[in-house]
Design a binder for this molecule. Structure first.
Ligand code: GDP
Length: 308
């Protein structure tokens, strides 16, 4: 169990659909004691593909399984479950699942993502979670292109009782950041979470906008932004991966907040993300309320996938 363990139930909640469509049929195969044969291997492979582990990660997992089978390490179906658990944990393990904290507060967390992925909700979850961990959190409404975005974020700030810095709609997003960093220093905040515009832009525009925001933040607070979280919608499957590639090309993304895991049976996307992007998933959204969030932890995630 990692430093931030204790999210097993949240992961189970988030993986409920995946467990129905992926884990349950697999367990049925494994519960019938028989020699592992090509037909069974094909069924396992199909389950991985259906759950959106992605072609590459599926190939890697299947190859490892075949090697173990040939070596005689696994001969029967009842041994596959333990093998898969171990293999997936190994595949998902990474040192960097924790938020990258600044050596001195405030830590600046920049949040980006395309409209509709669940960005605003995820920011509220992040604020709520950090607050529960005893941190003083402030929000910065830099998605000034949509009045609704500022209003929605303000409503969350009110409900969670955290301070928000905002300007009028259409204001310069970097100017809001300028004020918010000042406020975060003055009020001794531990974390400043910055919302950014989520229009699907060209890489150049996106880069320009994010770079401007980053520069303003860095001038006020050394090393800011310390964390750049990209929100992805788990229900969009492989599409989420291409969105991530778009953002990765525009700025240095340091972590992923995977929203709406509960809304999909394709929970294998977590493995596909690790395999394809090598950006750590740091948070997972497991429902619509601010409490529906888990700090990512490979051990608990895989246990939740296979445990009752
Ligand atoms: P934004 O446009 O990216 O800011 O998206 P919103 O935060 O407004 O979210 C869009 C919709 O997704 C809303 O209906 C949210 O309640 C919903 N949503 C966000 N995160 C999650 C999640 O983890 N699980 C579920 N089931 N719904 C979510």
């Amino acid at each position: 169990m990692g430093l931030f363990g204790g999210f097993l139930e949240k992961f189970k909640q988030g993986l409920a659909k995946t467990k129905e469509v992926f884990t349950a049929p697999l367990k049925k195969i494994f519960s019938v004691f028989r020699k592992l044969d090509e037909a069974t291997l094909a069924e396992i492979e199909e389950a991985l593909i259906i759950a959106d582990f992605g072609v590459d990660a599926t190939d890697k997992i299947m190859n490892a399984l075949r090697v173990a089978y040939k070596k005689g390490e696994i001969e029967t179906t009842d041994k596959v479950l333990e093998f898969l658990k171990k293999d997936l944990k190994k595949r998902l393990v990474e040192k960097g699942n924790d938020v990258l904290w600044a050596p001195q507060p405030p830590t600046v967390i920049l949040v980006c993502g395309v409209n509709g992925v669940g960005k605003t909700t995820s920011i509220s979850k992040l604020a709520n979670q950090l607050k529960k961990e005893g941190k003083k959190v402030m929000l910065c409404a830099s998605d000034t292109f949509r009045a609704a975005a500022v209003e929605q974020l303000s409503e969350w700030a009110r409900r969670l009782d955290v301070e928000i810095i905002k300007h009028k709609m259409g204001a310069d997003p970097a100017a809001v950041v300028y004020d918010a960093t000042d406020a975060a220093i003055a009020r001794k905040a531990d974390a400043l979470i910055i919302d950014t515009a989520g229009r699907l832009q060209t890489k150049e525009n996106l880069m320009k906008e994010l770079t401007k925001i980053r520069n303003v933040a860095a001038k006020k607070i050394p090393g800011a932004p310390h964390e750049v979280l990209l929100v992805l919608d788990a229900t969009t499957g492989q599409n989420a991966i291409s969105q991530a590639e778009h953002f990765k090309a525009a700025t240095n993304v340091t972590g992923i907040f995977l929203a709406k895991l509960d809304g999909t049976a394709k929970g294998g996307i977590v493995v596909a993300i690790k395999d394809k992007l090598d950006i750590p998933v740091k948070f997972v959204g497991t429902g619509e309320t601010p409490d529906d969030v888990a700090r990512f932890n490979a051990e608990e995630f895989v246990d939740a996938l296979f445990e009752e």
